[in-house]
Design a protein. Sequence first.
Length: 218
Amino acid sequence: MALTPDQLRAARALLNISQDDLAQGSGVAVTSIRQFELGVTTNLQQKTESALLSFLGEKIEFIGLRGVALREDDHLILEGDNAIALLFEDIHTHLRGQDGAEVLFICGETPCLFSPRFSGHCAALRDADFFYRFICQKKNEAPFVRIIPANFSPLPLQAVYGSTVAQMIGDNRILLVRSPMLADGLKQTFELLWSALLAADAESEDGEDALQSRALRA
């Protein structure tokens, strides 16, 4: 990623450290830090940027080109009757301020993203100008949906947004994992499935064999 002067200043503010503290902890010359934050230097050398990110990354999460946040626990369990609501709150928190942010959902019949339990939350995503796509088992003609054949095994709810992966692990229990590597892997899997599955308004009569053939080609 490309670190920006605003993010560097914000990271120091969150950690309540001075430029001298940052220089000592990262091994980067304090003059380089000062010049970068003032805009005198617009591009850091890769070695310098890597040293800053390595030092700050233990406690700071850099989000897009503008966001900075204190790093949370890598794993978190949402549980209770409001677990779904908590999931969507987390989505809004982590995607806020990111232009073009997208949430990818994979789900089976239960819970269904088109049920009343979800519909209001999805509407709130639209209102916040977030994009989303679904891979699910319930037929829907929306262009952002791909349909899993009914004879496939039911899938547990999964979602990926930013560097977070959410996985339903039981009734009213959702595991959140903050992992860029895991999130990138699930995004790639989603895109492969998305390419292999039929659009909701263009189902073929070929059935499961055609789906498997497209999946292999993807």
